[in-house]
Design a protein around this ligand. Structure first.
Ligand SMILES: Nc1ncnc2c1ncn2[C@@H]1O[C@H](COP(=O)(O)OP(=O)(O)O)[C@@H](O)[C@H]1O
Ligand SMILES: [Mg+2]
Length: 186
């Protein structure tokens, strides 16, 4: 069952585990995205990092439409599927303030910088909003460890934490500007 799709990959419900999903390439270069993400998340678990705002990645499986990577599915505390930031903003726009969204982004940035995660594409489709009793939290599902195909940068982000942090700061600066524009504060 198809849960959603991005530009490069389909995201399917895992057939044997309702808490997981499988991402499979849609475009020719979609597998690179999977490889980068998988490699990057592996490198984090190698460093023994368990980062709360990132989805867990389990490894490769073969499906009838090609190889895919298994991830935890993002769900709210009550078990229902979480919304992407895009849908969340759409649904809750009236109730939300720019400050609340900026605060959630700040929280995500703080965690990512704390673990020197290279966040390369923070945007409304790559962030999901997990609703919990205590409030809402951003979870990153895509856009980490590199973008635009496999390159030496993917390795540099893993080896040089300052390089990863620099990228993350730059990307969040742009993302914050974008949030302000959504709320007409640009
Ligand atoms: N771990 C996940 N849990 C729930 N939904 C997900 C998960 N990962 C991806 N999705 C959904 O699939 C869409 C596409 O995934 P994404 O990783 O962004 O692929 P792409 O590389 O094509 O951008 C997301 O926008 C989201 O709606
Ligand atoms: Mg995406």
């Amino acid at each position: 069952m198809l849960l959603a799709e991005g530009n490069k990959r389909f995201c399917f419900q895992h057939p044997n585990d309702f808490r997981k999903c499988i991402k499979v390439k849609k475009r020719r270069d979609g597998w690179e995205e999977n490889l980068i993400e998988w490699f990057y998340l592996r490198s984090l678990s190698f460093k023994k990092y368990e980062v709360p705002c990132l989805v867990k990645c389990y490894g490769w499986v073969s499906t009838n439409i090609g190889y895919g990577v298994v991830f935890d599915k993002v769900v709210d505390e009550d078990g229902s599927d979480s919304l992407t930031l895009k849908k969340f903003i759409k649904e809750e726009y009236e109730k939300l303030s720019c400050e609340t969204v900026l605060e959630m982004a700040e929280e995500l940035k703080k965690h990512c910088l704390g673990y020197s995660i290279a966040v390369t594409e923070p945007n409304e489709n790559n962030i999901m909003v997990r609703k919990e009793a205590s409030g809402c939290k951003f979870v990153l599902i895509d856009g980490i460890g590199g973008r635009e195909g496999v390159s030496i940068k993917n390795i540099l982000y893993i080896i040089f934490s300052f390089y990863a942090r620099r990228k993350t700061k730059k990307q969040f600066f742009r993302f914050e500007k974008k949030i302000k524009i959504w709320f007409d504060r640009g």
